[in-house]
Design a protein around this ligand. Sequence first.
Ligand SMILES: Cc1ncc(COP(=O)(O)O)c(C=O)c1O
Length: 442
Amino acid sequence: MRKFINMRTELPGPIAKSMLDRRIAAVARAPYHTLLSFIHHAHGAILTDVDGNTFIDFAGAIGTLNVGHSPKQVTDAIHAQIDQYIHTCFHVVMYEPYIELAETLNKLTPGDVEKKTMFFNSGAEAIENAIKVAKRFTKRRGVISFERGFHGRTYMALSLTSKNKPYKTGLGPFLTDTYKCPYPDYYHMGSLSEDALDDHLLQRIEQMFLTEIPVYDIACVVMEPEQGEGGFIVPSQKFVKGIKALCERYGMLFISDEIQSGFGRTGKFFAIEHHDVVPDLITMSKSIAAGMPLSALTGRADVMDAADIGEIGGTYGGSPVSCAAALEVIKLIHSENLLERAVELGNQVRLRLTGLQNTHDFIGDIRGLGSMLAIEIVKDPTTKMPDSERTNRIIKYALDHGLIILTAGIYGNVIRLLYPLVISDEQLQEGLDVLAEAIEHS
Ligand SMILES: Cc1ncc(COP(=O)(O)O)c(C=O)c1O
């Protein structure tokens, strides 16, 4: 008997089924769906669908809902904002919420230097503009990103992304002057010690400057401080510091992509803080505004000011409604101690997952920072061959039994947890009960 989950129908239920038929007829095939149902309403970590089924949400709209579904402070701020005005376009008539949020992020992001901010709508747009700013500042053409990294689906972001299916296949050619470097995957590249692997990969990157592109042609390095879509892989502090040192030595800018890892998920406001590195630029989105479309680029004032007037921007970037929501999100993260909570929740999850790993050797790895945790499902722990079939069975069981949960990784064999940080202990444990059952039944 569950306290929070209540599955009244199979999925999709009858009402969802009729909506699904309409979706198939009216909407292009491309959008992928985790849950074959339609939401009716949601609060905190609990979501109810149109057939009255109630789920625990471990996906949080792919890490967008660190403060949970529809927190009252945020919805009140949204209502107050839309009653006052909805949109003027920042380029036509300015508004204060944009300025206040920029001031807040300039203080909140790492680095004790003068900073400036601009806002956009999506993560990919923040990446696009980070690259534009970096190219303008350095007057260089090349951009480095990492294997298995994900930075979005627009063409520059996609050129930096490192997963072909489903993102890149058939869509080339991509932008030239983009280069992928290896990212330390200690679990799979385990023949060397962590330390030796870091040294080896950093050397390979330096070799690339001899074989692929002269280092003084490289504008910037874009790095996720914990890879998201790539499978929740965490590089060592030594590796990240090594990259930052290369940036400093050769005049490249370090861009930390915090679109998935930011806003408290890892127990710090930004995951790069775990690595004790101050980036030149930082891209943010997802949990910045509790689900309102918003992304931000914050960085050194001299770098941010390199783009000319009118050169970057857009009709909707930094919508006042989204800015009003983001200001409340940041207050909530502080007032609800969500950074500490992310660590506490992460510890509870790790404990349960470690127990499960002891009895199920197909759980090859448990990894991640704070509450950005994942397990990797393998065929056997020695070969570490990915087992995406078993992963899919686990996910299907979980969804059918009321737990919304996502995969990640280039083989889709990583199960990642992105529950709202406002989830209660009881809700968390109930969600983990379902995950444990799903693992048992797989
Ligand atoms: C690290 C990272 N960068 C960029 C993006 C792209 O964001 P969006 O889907 O809002 O364009 C994502 C989305 O998952 C992401 O996780």
